[in-house]
Write a protein that binds this ligand. Structure first.
Ligand code: NAD
Ligand code: IPM
Ligand code: MN
Length: 369
């Protein structure tokens, strides 16, 4: 049996707590002989800064480049508010995305029937919801230069961030969205702000151009502000939403609340396919951050991280059935009423991070009987 080489980067805050639950899962798969993993661990974010003075050491980056897939927890926290900008914890994650070439970030928002009550919206709006945000991840205002704060002659300061997109960058993310839509319900909504941004104008043109190769997929264009509103007004109208780096960040946090909690949203960040091997570089991470407000209390919901591991099984290791098994176990655990605090009704019984991870493993045991 092939052994898959995983690099685990737990990070900061609740990162190590949720990553610990995935370690249990990896162990379970190995123990049951369903898949074999070699797992290495390293530091990222504030934890790496404390140890090495940088948010991602070269050694950790090289391990990430060599791994079959990276599993990432979360980074950041108030402890590192005053570190140099280039070494803030988030810079470690951005370097990983850029240097691994992970331009395509898939963020599925699925509302499990048992969780429809936990959503911020009424049940009828979210029950059965299943959409994916395809977020461009290595371009746009996150990486455009200049990016600086300069002091003007009059002593005022001026801050600049630069939104840049090239044809190639838009084309490749559009292809990911259309290909994905083909395997789903055949609908893409492309979201930008061409009414105020040149990058939006180019985005709109290039997506239309790429669409010529995907005439079987229905395409609509939606301004990003309207998209945010429509996600709350009638989220089930969407299948695949393709959008830029910043809008994708915002829209995916909005989509998270449709599913019940930010603690439910997994993601896969994928690079281009190597034509020789057919493999892609990949990093899997929950959409949420390090949640300093609940860190260290066993309150974090590990299901976004567990869902991210399921995406790794599906997209990096061709273990689609095993991914389905994990997702089925999660659905059953939720159907049985097991809840961390973020998805529980007020006053209802809740379990800890670790108990939730154990419940998923118990359910997996039952499912393979
Ligand atoms: P956050 O996502 O960490 O938390 C937002 C809210 O959601 C908090 O109330 C938190 O308790 C809750 N929450 C998040 N994940 C949860 C989980 N698994 N279970 C239960 N509740 C959960 O966002 P923030 O507070 O704006 O940011 C905190 C830090 O995390 C910042 O430094 C930010 O830059 C960083 N961040 C990192 C990532 C990442 O590493 N991928 C993503 C987002 C934010
Ligand atoms: C996310 C996060 C990151 C982003 C931060 C931590 C750099 O919010 O992955 O959604 O803005 O992309
Ligand atoms: Mn975000």
């Amino acid at each position: 049996m092939t052994s898959h080489h995983l690099l685990l980067l737990p990070g900061d805050g609740i990162g190590p707590e949720v990553a610990g639950e995935v370690e249990k899962l990896v162990q379970w798969f190995s123990n049951r002989g369903l898949a074999r993993f070699e797992i290495e661990k390293d530091l990222v974010g504030g934890a790496a800064y404390d140890e090495h003075g940088v948010a991602l050491a070269d050694d950790a980056l090289n391990r990430a480049l060599a791994a079959d897939a990276v599993l990432f927890g979360a980074v950041g926290g108030p402890k590192w508010n005053d570190v140099p900008y280039n070494q803030r914890p988030e810079a470690g994650l951005l370097r990983l995305r850029k240097d691994l070439g992970l331009f395509a970030n898939l963020r599925p928002a699925i509302c499990y029937p048992a969780l429809a009550e936990a959503s911020a919206l009424k049940r009828e709006y979210v029950d059965g919801l299943n959409l994916v945000i395809v977020r461009e991840l290595t371009g746009g205002v996150y990486f455009g230069e200049p990016k600086e704060i300069v002091t003007l002659e009059n002593g005022e300061k001026r801050a600049v961030d630069t939104q840049i997109y090239t044809t190639h960058e838009i084309e490749r993310i559009a292809r990911v969205a259309f290909e994905l839509a083909r395997q789903r319900r055949g609908k893409v909504a492309s979201s930008e702000k061409r009414n105020v941004m040149k990058t939006g104008v180019l985005w709109h043109q290039v997506v239309n151009e790429v669409h010529k190769d995907y005439q079987d997929v229905a395409l609509e264009h939606i301004l990003a502000d309207n998209c945010g509103m429509q996600l709350v007004r009638n989220p089930k109208q969407f299948d695949v939403i393709v959008t830029d780096n910043l809008f994708g960040d915002l829209l995916s946090d909005v989509a998270a609340m449709l599913t019940g909690s930010l603690g439910m949203l997994p993601s896969a960040s994928l690079g281009a396919e190597d034509p020789a091997t057919g493999k892609r570089r990949a990093l899997y991470e929950p959409v949420h951050g390090s949640a300093p407000d609940i860190a260290g209390q066993g309150l974090a919901n590990p299901l976004a991280m567990i869902g991210s591991f399921a995406m790794a099984l599906r997209y990096s290791f061709d273990l689609g059935q095993e991914a389905d098994l994990v997702e089925k176990a999660v659905a059953n655990v939720l159907a049985a009423g097991i809840r961390t605090k973020d998805i529980a009704a007020p006053g209802a019984n809740t379990v800890s991070t670790s108990d939730m991870g154990d419940a998923v493993i118990r359910e997996l045991e039952t499912l393979i009987q």
